[in-house]
Design a protein. Structure first.
Length: 336
């Protein structure tokens, strides 16, 4: 298949591009190198994909309609995997207009390019943040998601509505995948596991929000990518569906820190801070639908995933630090 991957230079998008190439697909990667964290990190993410003769990269901003149309100049794609977004709960509170422009207007540009080119299959990376402070656990795809508590979550919920409209009106077969706190090698530097690991190695204070009782369904990137690849292969069998991709095993924030301390062998300096606006108390994925429709079955335990991440950090941390030096984007810890 010929597949367009938006956000191909990012954490998940780069892993996904490599997996699709390994399966024999032709991949066109699209990314605008949003300056939220340094471009150098994203360029490194693309190293393996760019070594393949079946990979082509197009640089462009989703907010620029002409740039979004450029990858379609050679004709329709078999599938579009739309992973690109302005991500993160806390940064979205500081830049609501930017998130709306990138995530909603940008997605509208992509959908129009798909419609005009005759591309009729879409896999979309949504987020567990759409569930807000859902009291019922685990979170099921049919739960009410009418009460998002951050701008980022609102844009992802609105994206799902956008896609449903295009599926109904134009026959674009669509799978919306609600991803639950993805971690692993190349994770964004402000995300909790990456930032906590970095601070442990630097001997600096670890900011823990609240009393450490918040829970997240941390899901290793290889498991997430396996689910997305399955969605790419099967999206043509469905008209429109929403599916959770998570680990079905929430971990308390305090327990996460303890396990990272054990994995790294570093002594922690923990400082507690108030829980910031927009954070939810817990996430927990019901993955029965994903198993039934996609054969999804996450296999990476939190302990094994942390071991792999720490091994990656020990090999690559110095380069990440050099790229991050002096960047404000590394300051805020992100859980989603």
């Amino acid at each position: 298949m010929r597949i367009l991957v938006t956000g191909a230079a990012g954490f998940i998008g780069s892993h996904l591009s490599e997996a699709l190439l390994a399966d024999g697909h032709d991949v066109v990667g699209f990314d605008g190198f949003d300056p939220f964290y340094p471009r150098l990190i994203k360029e490194r993410n693309l190293t393996t994909a760019r070594a393949s003769v079946r990979f082509r990269f197009v640089e462009g901003d989703l907010r620029d309609r002409a740039a979004v149309e450029a990858p379609f100049a050679d004709g329709p794609f078999d599938v579009v995997a739309h992973v690109a977004a302005k991500a993160g709960v806390r940064p979205s509170l500081a830049d609501p207009v930017g998130y709306i422009e990138a995530n909603l207007v940008g997605t509208a540009h992509l959908l129009e390019a798909m419609r005009e080119s005759g591309t009729d299959r879409l896999v979309f990376a949504s987020s567990s943040s759409v569930y807000g402070n859902n009291e019922k656990v685990p979170f099921h795809e049919d739960d009410n998601v009418d009460r998002p508590v951050s701008v980022y979550a609102m844009t992802k919920k609105a994206n799902e509505e956008q896609l449903h409209v295009h599926a109904a009106l134009y026959g674009i077969r669509t799978l919306c995948l609600r991803l639950f706190t993805v971690y692993g090698p190349r994770q964004r530097p402000e995300m909790a596991i990456h930032k906590f690991t970095r601070l442990l190695y630097q001997g600096r204070e670890i900011p823990v929000f609240g009393d450490g009782s918040m829970e997240r369904d941390f899901t290793y990137v290889d498991d997430i990518v396996a689910g997305i690849v399955a969605a790419v292969e099967r999206v043509g069998e469905l008209e429109f569906e929403i599916v959770n991709l998570g680990n079905h095993s929430p971990v308390r924030l305090s327990e996460l820190v303890d396990r990272l301390v054990e994995t790294t062998g570093k002594a922690p300096r923990i400082v507690h801070h108030p829980v910031p606006p927009g954070d939810v108390r817990r996430t927990w994925a019901d993955v029965e639908r994903a198993g039934r429709l996609l054969g999804y079955a996450p296999t990476t335990s939190i302990d094994e995933g942390l071991r792999r991440f720490v091994a990656w950090y020990e090999e690559n941390g110095a380069d990440v630090e050099a790229a991050l030096e002096g960047r404000r984007s590394a300051a805020a810890t992100e859980l989603e």
